[in-house]
Design a protein around this ligand. Structure first.
Ligand code: ADP
Ligand code: MG
Length: 566
């Protein structure tokens, strides 16, 4: 339809009851873009209406080199979304009325650059689609179409013109934003070439402003690599860049309290994502399968084989297919670890601050007093070498209070006033005077991941209700999946997508025959090939999805309390 027709509809329904707004659903051609009204809210207080604008690649005019390649396209999408967001914020609530009347909003990305449903660029043609929410204006509960007319014919076109056309935007800023993504991608590829688990560039700013802000801490001590670990990257755009290469294998981070150990580890956790220019962690890049592992008391565990860590429980429970509704510190950390192996993690990130001590070590005195046979836990320290040797899984571990890991580590870093020093030789020499006493444990050569997922009848009715509660949890038909301790989930929009992924998996894939690995691979393939809309199952794609890694899909499934496995 022509945009004039939208004006006609608006004039016709003015002052009618709110449901008359439903007539506006449809697509309208404006001079610069196509407006699509995908979903109209039921009343002025309900969740706002869903609207999108589509610009042809030709008229938007972004050169192909900014969007042809995937990592660059995602960066451009992110850039445009932020630009559009800045403008739309200024006109939000300029149209007036009751309830959410006049609200105009798009996703507000944080420090990470994620593929989001809020802005999609078509990889063939460069067409740009932006999805947003608009509160259709009302007086009380009657349509105030004049105000909506302002939104569609004045505010929205202004935002589109100034934020989504190449000519209206600063050329160099866009190029820098997108080129950074290529540099980040290059470092990720180099990690594999150079046998590294992570790279932390010199001058990176690791600490954050506060526990609730992702912004860089002002006046932080910039990162500086110890000479012995220095690696040089020849970036495609950013020139040569030096920094610390953390090799595969076992890396230990020690140092006094408050010297920056956890901050370094947190930066490595976040390094599975790309960060925006100015973040300070732009060039902190971690193997993108890396998983942060911690204790998580109280989580549910479904048939996980934790026997490589835990055996002979006093209640006689089977630890080859361990089940509990309320895990302890050590069993939860063991399950998190085995599940991460199942999810294909090649790097484990562990901080003693958030670990179960009895899972990490047993000191000599304790081993003398409490015999091996009376202790169900084979601590991580007795497995860490095998994990690398037999499974190719590296560990980066923060441990400031126990020296036991000195014996196991390939590389030992000491954080000293926020600067890392390599102290491997010195620490190893000192460790000789304190030999490790450990009872031999049977070698673990392989773990089989054969858990098959059973169907769940609460999904039979296709209208499963999905909600997310901030960054903490996802609820599906009132069953709450607690993901607070899935620490690498960076954004609430990732939770929104996970909810829909779970629903899709249960309604389309899970049949009691496929293993959890097959299910997750299929989900991932479907999204990679067909986009997020393939799994969403609605007539329109919600504007608040952000892409997740496979590892987080596993984490979400594993925490679903109704998960049943064979
Ligand atoms: P640790 O784990 O060694 O006890 P943290 O990593 O928790 O120490 O850091 C302690 C404090 O120091 C935090 O408040 C953190 O923000 C701050 N901090 C960390 N790194 C830096 C840095 N490079 N410059 C300035 N402050 C920092
Ligand atoms: Mg700490």
């Amino acid at each position: 339809m022509k945009h004039i027709e939208l004006r006609d509809i608006l004039h016709r329904i003015d002052h009618k009851g709110y449901p008359a707004y439903k007539d506006t659903r449809g697509c309208y051609d404006f001079p610069e873009f196509t407006l699509s009204i995908d979903h109209v809210q039921g009343d002025p207080f309900a969740s706002p209406s869903k609207v999108s604008v589509l610009l042809s690649g030709k008229s938007a005019g972004f050169p192909e080199n900014l969007w042809k390649e995937k990592c660059r396209r995602i960066a451009l999408q992110d850039y445009l979304l932020r630009q559009f967001g800045k403008r739309i914020e200024k006109v939000s609530f300029k149209a007036k009325g009751s309830g959410k009347s006049g609200l105009m909003s798009v996703s507000r990305p944080g420090q990470e650059v994620l593929n989001r449903s809020a802005c999609e660029i078509n990889p063939e043609l460069g067409d740009i689609l932006v999805r947003m929410e608009i509160g259709f204006p009302a007086n009380g509960r009657t349509v105030n179409a004049r105000e909506l007319e302002k939104i569609f014919f004045e505010f929205l076109p202004q935002c589109v013109k100034s934020a989504l056309f190449y000519k209206a935007l600063p050329e160099k800023e866009i190029a820098d934003w997108v080129n950074l993504a290529s540099d980040q991608q290059y470092i990720r590829e180099q990690l594999k070439q150079l046998g590294l688990a992570a790279f932390v560039a010199d001058n990176a700013i690791l600490p954050r402003e506060s526990g609730v802000s992702g912004k860089p801490l002002a006046q932080a001590v910039p990162f500086h690599s110890p000479e012995s670990l220095e690696v040089t990257m020849n970036l495609p755009f950013g020139g040569t860049m030096k920094g610390m290469g953390i090799k595969k294998g076992i890396t230990l981070i020690v140092g006094g309290g408050y010297h920056g150990k956890s901050t370094l580890l947190k930066a490595l956790e976040a390094g599975v994502y790309n960060h925006i220019p100015g973040d300070g962690r732009e060039y902190v890049i971690t193997d993108d399968t890396a998983v942060k592992l911690r204790a998580e008391d109280g989580r549910s565990i479904q048939k996980v084989d934790i026997s490589m860590f835990i055996n002979n429980l006093p209640n006689g429970k089977d630890t080859k297919a361990f089940v509990t509704e309320d895990a302890s510190g050590s069993t939860s950390q063991a399950a998190n670890m085995v599940e991460a192996m199942e999810a294909g993690a090649k790097v484990f990130l562990i901080d003693e601050d958030t670990s179960a001590t009895n899972f990490m070590i047993r000191d000599e005195l304790m081993q003398r007093v409490v015999h091996r046979e009376a202790e169900p836990i084979i601590p991580f320290i007795d497995r860490v070498e095998e994990l690398y040797g037999n499974f190719g899984i590296s560990t980066i571990l923060v441990a400031g209070s126990s020296g036991s890991y000195f014996h196991k580590a390939d590389c030992i870093l000491q954080m000293d006033r926020y600067e890392p020093m390599e102290i491997t030789a010195f620490a190893k020499e000192q460790a000789k005077q304190f030999p490790l006493v450990a009872a031999p444990v049977p070698e673990q050569k392989q773990v089989d991941f054969v858990r098959k997922v059973m169907g769940d009848k609460s999904f039979r009715d296709a209208r499963a209700k999905i909600k997310t509660m901030g960054r903490d949890s996802i609820s599906i038909n009132r069953d709450v999946i607690d993901v607070r301790y899935v620490e690498q989930l960076a954004d609430t929009e990732q939770l929104a997508l996970l909810g829909y992924i779970l629903k899709y998996a249960y309604t389309n894939l899970i049949d009691g025959k496929k293993t959890i690995q097959q299910v997750v691979d299929m989900i991932y393939d479907t999204i990679e090939k067909g986009g997020m809309k393939k799994i969403c199952g609605e007539s329109y794609l919600p504007c608040n999805f952000a892409m997740v890694r496979k590892q987080e899909i596993y984490a979400c499934l594993n925490r679903y309390r109704k998960l049943k496995l064979q």
